[in-house]
Design a protein around this ligand. Structure first.
Ligand SMILES: Nc1ncnc2c1ncn2[C@@H]1O[C@H](COP(=O)(O)OP(=O)(O)O)[C@@H](O)[C@H]1O
Ligand SMILES: [Mg+2]
Length: 623
């Protein structure tokens, strides 16, 4: 799309109704105000200061008018310049005093308003982060992390900005117009009407422009979010992009989105400039009318020059806050949509959470049982059917199955990342849904298939579950994971940071670091979800031997593609499309001579031929 298309963009194209839910405005704004009213002292003092500032603002035109009349009087009486300066000097001093006091009041109101906004921002930020930590995987699966970051940062700013600034401007405008109107109408209603004539027109124009700016701003943000996402993915996936020589394609996509953003930005500038010009013209027309009629009144002796000056000065004072209605409406509309998006997250309750009567797990080192477990991801088809098995302390269960057969899902159910749809999971006879999540997750360590490491020291990554772990426990865990020598050889040993997501390590090293992290707290149940796939066969054997030796009363579940990792397991289950299709020890399954046996033979042949056996898996074996 070219820049010339900007002329074709219309307000309706931006679909304002999707951005501003006007019917939700009162409800959301009331809730936003509720957040502010947790700080009643801030609000009370700020409002009083604003009221004071408005009253003083109206006093200034009067003083000005008085001075003009005084000066005019001296002129009329041919008093020599400087001969009778007292009254004028007093007026001047009063003007100085009043404007200083007004500045002070506005400063107080401004400071408290901003402080209030910051307080609410802090409260919201904490509540939001806390909610993100507690919401389950069912929630996080369904929402892009970039979207959540936007809500936590930008939307939060939207709510905060309205409290810190918009609210104050609103109070100022209402008080100024209100108090000023009373004063004007009480003296000369014709002049009052003329002087205030610009207010409704400019208010209407401001409100419209405010809404317009809001809608276009949101559309602009959406385009910017697209750009951010593209850039983020291209940075994270830089290797993929380069290796597929997709740079040109990615640049073209970026350019299209960038152009759309530019169009909207230019449209905004145009409309805003037009609208400001229109408002200024309205204002000066009203001022011209006041001057015209006012001069006639002065000539007829029905009004003094000073009184006319007062009206003109008042209009000037009123002009700015009226134009700021743009910002108030914009800010209120932003607070509405931002508040909606923020509250949408804050109001969610995690599906998986502690029961009210949840107690800590009594016998973490009991037998882990799946009893007729069925499971479907929220809104999805059933992916596990009637899964039953038991792993006692000191025992190992092996799970094999084609990709997508449900192995990782079994691993996710045990620490209650999700709750089962039917059946139950018990540890030592206790249903995992009856115990506290904290105690459950402290007992069950899952070494996940996709490793995530923090960009902190290797030692801190290993000790993530127990930041106070002594050094020898960290070294023990690393040794168990056959990673000690490698870490020791790194530039700063255990203090070496591993880079974003662990980029400074190889795939196998990352897997082993995450095994060390899982093993450090000596969990009652350890699940390795395909955690040895990138480790060579010799290292795998050492690691398995180490785990067996350290595993006297730990239940271990090993999910593996390469069968050598599980041949010594007490029981092996073979999964196919969420069902257990074969089960038994290695010897029993070999004797059965079905899937497991054929896969095992296939992998042995490959190992013999020197092919990395992990490359061939159940799905290729059964094909
Ligand atoms: N977070 C999720 N949301 C919805 N469906 C999922 C999710 N994770 C996995 N699935 C689906 O569940 C099935 C089993 O997946 P998974 O347990 O990851 O298989 P495996 O680990 O054996 O490769 C697959 O059909 C997969 O598409
Ligand atoms: Mg998996």
């Amino acid at each position: 799309m070219s820049n010339r298309d900007v002329a074709k963009l219309t307000f309706a194209d931006l679909r304002p109704a999707e951005v501003i839910d006007v019917s939700a405005m009162p409800r959301i704004l009331r809730r936003v105000l509720g957040l502010a009213f947790r700080y009643p002292r801030h609000i009370g003092i700020a409002s009083l200061a604003t009221l004071g500032a408005s009253a003083l603002s109206l006093f200034l035109p009067r003083l000005l008018g008085r001075s003009v009349d005084q000066a005019h009087g001296l002129l009329a009486r041919h008093v020599a310049f400087g001969a009778e300066w007292h009254p004028l000097a007093i007026s001047a001093a009063l003007i100085l005093g009043v404007s200083t006091l007004r500045g002070l009041m506005r400063m107080i109101a401004g400071y408290l308003g901003e402080a209030l906004g910051q307080n609410v921002g802090y409260d919201l930020r904490l509540a939001f982060f806390d909610k993100l930590q507690r919401l389950g995987f069912d929630f996080h699966d369904g929402i892009h992390s970039g979207d959540l970051i936007t809500r936590g940062m930008l939307d939060l700013e939207g709510v905060r900005g309205f409290i810190g600034d918009g609210l104050q401007r609103l109070i100022l405008v209402v008080m100024l117009v209100g108090v000023g109107a009373v004063r004007l109408f009480s003296t000369d209603w014709v002049m009052a009407l003329l002087a205030l004539s610009f207010v409704p027109i400019v208010t209407w124009q401001s409100a419209r422009t405010g809404l317009f700016l809001r809608v276009t701003w949101t559309r602009l943000q959406e385009k910017m979010a697209l750009l951010t996402r593209t850039m983020e993915e291209n940075l994270q996936g830089a290797r993929v992009v380069r290796s597929f020589a997709a740079e040109q394609h990615e640049i073209a996509a970026f350019d299209t989105d960038g152009n759309a953003a530019l169009r909207i930005a230019r449209y905004r500038i145009g409309v805003r400039a037009l609208s400001i010009t229109a408002m200024q013209t309205t204002f000066y027309l009203a001022m011209g009318a006041v001057l015209w009629v006012g001069s006639a009144r002065v000539q007829a002796g029905r009004m003094t020059v000073g009184e006319l000056t007062e009206i003109l000065a008042f209009m000037t004072i009123l002009q700015q806050p009226t134009r700021q209605i743009i910002m108030i409406v914009n800010s209120a509309a932003r607070a509405t949509s931002s508040g909606q998006r923020l509250f949408d997250i804050l109001d969610r309750e995690p599906l998986v959470q502690d029961r009210e009567d949840a107690r800590p797990l009594v016998t973490p080192r009991g037998t882990v049982r799946f009893e007729h477990v069925d499971f479907a991801y929220p809104g999805g088809p059933t992916v596990l059917h009637d899964i039953s098995f038991a792993v006692g302390p000191g025992q190992t269960l092996g799970i094999v199955g084609a990709p997508g057969s449900g192995k990782s899902t079994i691993a996710h159910l045990l620490p209650r990342f999700y709750d089962v749809s039917a059946g139950r999971i018990t540890i030592g006879g206790e249903d995992v849904r009856d115990v506290t999540l904290d105690s459950l997750r402290q007992s069950v360590a899952l070494v996940a298939q996709d490793v995530f490491l923090f960009d902190i020291a290797a030692a801190k990554n290993i000790a993530y579950a127990d930041p106070l772990a002594e050094e020898d426990r960290i070294v023990d865990a690393a040794t168990l994971a056959t990673l000690h020598e490698h870490i020791d050889a790194m530039p700063q040993g255990y203090a070496t940071a591993v880079g974003e997501r662990g980029v400074s390590l190889s795939g196998g090293q990352r897997q082993r670091l995450s095994i060390a992290r899982g093993a450090l707290p000596d969990p009652a149940v350890l699940i390795l979800d395909d955690s040895l796939s990138a480790v060579d066969t010799a290292t795998e054997a050492t690691l398995r031997a180490g785990l067996r030796a350290s595993n006297q009363n730990r239940a271990t579940i090993i999910i593996a593609h390469r069968l050598s990792a599980i041949t010594d397991a007490d029981e092996i289950i073979v999964l196919d499309e969420g069902r257990i299709v074969e089960r038994g020890s290695h010897t029993e399954l070999m004797a059965l001579g079905q899937r497991y046996a054929s896969l095992y033979r296939l992998q042995s042949v490959q190992a013999h031929e020197g092919v990395e056996p992990g490359d061939r898996t159940l799905d290729t074996a059964s094909a």
